[in-house]
Write a protein that binds this ligand. Structure first.
Ligand code: NAI
Ligand code: SOE
Length: 383
C-alpha cells in the first residue's frame, strides 16, 4: 500500500471539504490503494491553525505556508486559500516538486494562470484544479451521452449559477468582493468559472463572448478577518467598504465547434442557493442538470416514439460513472462531500497511472482566458 503525505494550505470552508475526502472518505468509496496522511496544515491565523489541525486531523500546523511547501516529507500540496494566493503558493509547490491540487479559480486572471501552468509543466508534477461539479455522476453521465452521440451535434448550451448569499446589502464585505483578492466578482473570480468548466467539458472550447455585468450593491459592512462568512451578518459591522467587483454577469457564447449559448452568474438571486444548471440542446435530443437535484439527469431523446416523447429523469447509481464506488441504491443521495471524494479519487488515479489530471492547470488556464474575455467584453457595460 502506497502512502503519501498531504499538506493543506488554508483552514476554512474548502479545507474542511478537502480534509473529509483525504481523511479516509476516498478509501471507503474507491480503495485506490493509497493511504493519505494528513501531515501538516498551514493557516495564517494561529488560533484557526491550531483548531483546524485538531478538527481536521493534521499531525502538525504552521502559520507559515512556506514551511509546509519546503518540508521534504510532504508529497501533495492542497491549496485552499483565497484566490490572490494561489499563484505564489502553486509556483512554490511546483518548484519544490510536489503534486498539487488547487481550488478554483486557478488564479485571478490568465496572466497568473499562465505562470502557474509554466511552473507545473517545468516541474512535471500532477496538477488538478478543483472544478469539482463536473465530477458529479449526473454531469459525467451527460458527458457520456454526448460522447456516444445520444443527442447528436450540439446546438446550444445554457448555463446558470445563481446564489443569494450576497443579495442582502448588509451581507459583509468579505474577500470575495475585493478585486485585489478575488480577481473579479461572481463570474471570473467565483461561481461563473464552474459554468465555463461545464461548457468546456461538455461542449468544447469557447471562442467568442459578448457580455454585460452589474454591481448592484456598491458598498458593504467591512468584515474583519477570518473566514468568508458567506452572507452571515455580524451586529458589530457598521463601517462600510467599497465593492469593486461585479455582482452579476451575463454572457452570450460562441463555441469553436459552432454551437452557441449563454451563461448567467449571480450571488444576488433571492431564493436560489446552489442553482448551478445546464441545459444542452442537440440535433437529436436535450439534457438538463441542476446541482440542487444532483442525483438526477433530465434527458430527452428525439428518437423515442411520438407518443412517449418528453423529458425523463435518470437517477444516477451503480450503472453510471463513479457508480462502482458510491452508494448501491440510486437516489439514496450523494452530497458535496461525495463529489469532493470523487475529485480526490481522480487525482489519486492520475498519480497511480501517471496520467493527466482532469481538469488540470492547462484547463484552469483556458477557463481564466474565457473569464478575462468576458470581463473585457463587459467593460463600460457595468451600468
Ligand atoms: P475561506 O475564507 O473559508 O478560507 C480561506 C482560509 O485561508 C482562511 O482560513 C484564511 O485565514 C486562510 N488564509 C488566508 N491567507 C493565508 C495564508 N497566507 N496562509 C495560509 N492560510 C491563509 O475560503 P474558502 O471558501 O475555503 O475558499 C478558498 C478557495 O476555495 C477559494 O479560491 C475559493 O474560490 C475556493 N472555493 C471553491 C469551492 C468549490 O466548490 N470548488 C467552494 C468554496 C470555495
Ligand atoms: C461562494 O459563492 C461559493 O463558496 C463559491 O466560491 C464556490 O465555488 C461554489 O461552489 C459554492 O459557493
Amino acid at each position: 500500500m502506497k502512502s503519501l503525505n498531504v499538506g493543506m494550505i488554508g483552514g476554512g470552508f474548502m479545507a474542511k471539504a478537502h480534509s473529509l475526502a483525504i481523511s479516509g472518505g476516498v478509501n471507503m468509496f474507491f480503495d485506490d490503494g493509497i493511504v493519505l496522511n494528513r501531515k501538516m496544515i498551514a493557516e495564517v491565523n494561529e488560533e484557526m491553525a491550531k483548531d483546524a489541525a485538531r478538527r481536521f486531523g493534521y499531525e502538525k500546523y504552521t502559520t507559515n505556508w512556506r514551511t509546509l511547501v519546503e518540508d521534504p516529507d510532504i508529497d501533495i500540496v492542497d491549496i485552499v486559500t483565497p484566490n490572490n494566493l494561489h499563484m505564489e503558493m502553486a509556483i512554490a509547490a511546483a518548484n519544490a516538486g510536489k503534486h498539487i491540487i488547487c481550488e478554483k479559480p486557478l488564479g485571478r486572471n490568465s496572466n497568473e494562470t499562465k505562470k502557474i501552468l509554466a511552473a507545473v509543466e517545468k516541474a512535471n508534477v500532477k496538477n488538478l484544479v478543483a472544478f469539482n461539479y463536473r465530477k458529479t455522476p449526473a454531469v459525467a453521465l451527460a458527458k457520456k451521452f454526448i460522447d456516444e452521440g445520444s443527442i447528436g451535434k450540439i446546438l446550444n448550451f445554457r448555463g446558470t449559477y445563481l446564489q443569494d448569499w450576497s443579495a442582502d446589502p448588509e451581507s459583509p464585505l468579505s474577500w470575495r468582493f475585493k478585486k485585489d483578492v478575488a480577481g473579479s466578482g461572481a463570474l471570473g473570480g467565483d461561481i461563473g468559472t464552474h459554468v465555463i468548466d461545464f461548457a468546456h467539458f461538455l461542449v468544447g472550447k469557447i471562442d467568442e463572448v459578448m457580455s454585460m455585468s452589474k454591481t448592484w450593491i456598491k458598498d458593504r459592512p467591512i468584515q474583519t478577518g477570518g473566514l468568508d462568512t458567506l452572507g452571515n451578518k455580524s451586529a458589530e459591522n457598521t463601517e462600510r467598504g467599497v465593492v469593486d467587483v461585479d455582482d452579476e454577469i451575463s454572457t452570450l457564447l460562441r463555441f469553436k465547434n459552432g454551437a452557441v449559448g449563454s451563461i448567467e452568474a449571480t450571488r444576488n438571486a433571492w431564493g436560489r442557493n446552489n442553482f448551478l444548471t445546464f441545459e444542452i440542446h442537440g440535433e437529436k435530443g436535450s439534457l438538463y442538470f441542476n446541482y440542487e437535484r444532483r442525483d438526477e439527469l433530465q434527458v430527452f431523446f428525439a428518437e423515442d416514439g411520438d407518443d412517449r416523447r418528453g423529458f425523463k429523469t435518470v437517477y444516477t447509481g451503480t450503472p453510471h460513472p463513479y457508480g462502482e464506488g458510491l452508494w448501491p441504491i440510486p437516489a439514496i443521495g450523494i452530497g458535496y462531500s461525495e463529489v469532493k471524494i470523487i475529485e480526490m479519487h481522480d487525482f489519486l488515479q492520475a498519480i497511480i497511472q501517471d496520467k493527466e489530471c482532469e481538469p488540470n492547470f492547462n484547463e484552469g488556464h483556458k477557463i481564466a482566458q474565457v473569464s478575462d474575455a468576458i470581463i473585457e467584453s463587459s467593460k463600460n457595460k457595468n451600468g
